[in-house]
Design a protein around this ligand. Sequence first.
Ligand SMILES: Nc1ncnc2c1ncn2[C@@H]1O[C@H](COP(=O)(O)OP(=O)(O)OP(=O)(O)O)[C@@H](O)[C@H]1O
Length: 584
Amino acid sequence: MKALKYLNKYFVKYKYRLILGVFITFCSKYLALEVPQLIRKSLDAANDYNNGIITDLEVVKGDLLNNILLIIGAALLSGFFTFLMRQLIIVTSRLIEFDLKNEIYQQYQRLSINFYKKNRTGDLMNRISEDVSKVRMYFGPAIMYTINMLVLFIVAIFKMYSIDKTLTFYTLMPLPVLSLSIYVLSRVINKRSTIVQQYLSKLTANAQETFSGISIIKSYGIEPKVMTEFGSLADTTKEKNIDLFKAQALFFPLMILLIGLSNILVIYIGGLRYIEGAITIGVIAEFIMYVNMLTWPVAVVGWVTSIVQQAEASQKRINEFLEVKPEIVNVNETPTPINGTVEFKNVSFTYDDTNITALKNISFKLPQGKTLAILGNTGSGKSTIISLIARLYDGDSGELTIDNTNIEQLNLNNLRQSIGFVPQEAFLFSDTIKKNIAFGEENAADEKIEQAAKDAYIHHNIINFNHGYDTYVGERGVTLSGGQKQRISIARAIIKDPQILIFDDCLSAVDTETEEIILSNLYKISKDKTTIIVSHRISSIKNADSIIVLDKGEIIQEGTHTELVNKKGYYKELYEQQLLEKEI
Ligand SMILES: Nc1ncnc2c1ncn2[C@@H]1O[C@H](COP(=O)(O)OP(=O)(O)OP(=O)(O)O)[C@@H](O)[C@H]1O
C-alpha cells in the first residue's frame, strides 16, 4: 500500500463527495436490509393465520398490504440511494482519473529529452492510460464495494445474530470459502489478462510496423514471411485469450455453487431449528434473503483485494515517472529578453547514456546578428552544439553564455521562444499545412504564413495542392516529399521572427538550385538575426561571417570561407571535392 499513499491527496481533495458517498451507501444498504425483515413478518402473519393464532383475516390482509407498501418504498428508496452512491463514488473516481492523467501529462511535458530517450513511447502511453485505469478501480469500485460490504455485513450480521445465533453461524460458514475462492480465481484471471494484454500489444506493434513498412515488405516480396509471423502471433494471442475466458467462465458458476451451498445449509439447519420450535418459518425466508444479499459483497472481498494489488503495482509504475526530476529546469521566473550573442567558453559535453564525449573544450563567440556555419563529418558534434544552445541539454564543464549571461540563468521560456529551430529531420504534425507553419505563432495572419512559405520557397508547391494551405499532412493527409517537409519546417521557424535562427542540416533533401533560392531568402531574413547553419555543403555556408570545422567533438579549423579555402586542411579538401562533383 506504500505506492497508493501518493493518492491520499485526492482523497483529501474530494473528501466531501466521498464522505457523502459513504453516508448514502449506508442509507441504501440499510434500507435494502429492511426488506427481509418485512418478508419474515408477512410470512409469519400468514402462517399465524393458517395455524389459527390470528383469526381475523382482515388484520392479516392489512398487515400484508402494509408490509408490501413498505417493501416497495424501501426498495425504491434503496435503488435511488444506490444511484446516488454510484454518482458520488464512481464519478469521483473518474474525476480523480482525470486529475491523475493531467498530472502525469504535465510531468511528461516537463521532463527532458534524456528521459524520452530512455523510455519507450509505448511505455509512456501505457502508464498514462492502462495504469491510471487500474488505479481508478481502486478509487471507484474498490471503495464502493468495500463500504457496501462493510455496511451489509455489519447490519445483516447484527440482525441475524439477534434472531438466531446457531442459524447465523451455519449461514455464514461457507462465506469465507467463497471469498477465498474468488480471490484465487481473480488472481488467475488478472495474471491471464496481463498476458493477453502483452500479446495484444505485440500484435498491434507488429501490425503497425507492417503497415508503416508496407512498401519495403512489398518490394522485397516478403509478404508470406510477414503473414506467417503475424499468423503465429495471432494464434498464440487467441490461445491466451481462450485461457483467460476459461478462467472467467468459472467465476459465476463458482459463485452460484457457493450461494447454493449456503441456501441448502439455511434450509436444512433452519428446518431443524423450526422443528425444534426455536424459530418461525419467516426466519428461514429472512435468512435466505440475507445469504443472497451477502454473497456478492463477500465474493467482492476477493475481487477487491486483487484490484487493490493491481492498483498498487500500477501506481508504483506511475510514481517512478512522477518522481523523475526534470534535468533542465527554469531557475529564473523573471523575463530575460534575448538579443542573440552566443558564446561557448571551453564547453565539454558527454551523453550519459552512451558515454560519448560529443564536445571537447569548444570555444567560439558569435556576436548578435552574425552568421556562424558549422561543418564537420557525421558524428563530429554539430547537432550537439545546437542542442546546448536550445538548452535541451546542459554542458558538463565550461560555460555557455547568451548575451553574456550563463544560459542556465536565463528564463527558459524566453530562451526557447527566441530560437527558431529547424531540425535535421523535419517533423510535421497531423494537421493542416497552415497550422504546421503557424505552430509557434498560432495567431499569425494568413499573409504572414504565406510570406514565410514564400521565403522558404514552398508557397508555389502549397498552392498547387487541392486544398492549398488547408491541406492535411501527416498520417491521414497528403504525403510530402522530404524536401517539402524541410521547407515547411523552415517556414515554421521563420514565422516566429526569432532572435536566433538555427538550421541543422535542413537543406539536405533539396536540390542545389532550390537551396540557392532558399539561402538567398534566408540571408535577407536573417540579416539582423544571429544565425547558425549546420551543413555538409560548402555552398550553403560560404557566405557565413565565420565558419567552424568540427572533428570528433573538437574545433579543428576556424575562419571565413576565404580564409579557410586558402588554408590546407579539411575545409579546403571538402571544397575542392565538392567543386569537382559539381563539374562532373
Ligand atoms: N542523444 C544522444 N545520445 C547519445 N549519444 C548521442 C546522442 N546524440 C548524438 N550522440 C553521439 O554524440 C556524437 C555527436 O553527435 P552529433 O549528433 O552532435 O553529431 P553531428 O555532427 O550532428 O552528426 P550528423 O552530421 O550525422 O548529424 C555522436 O558520436 C553521436 O553518436
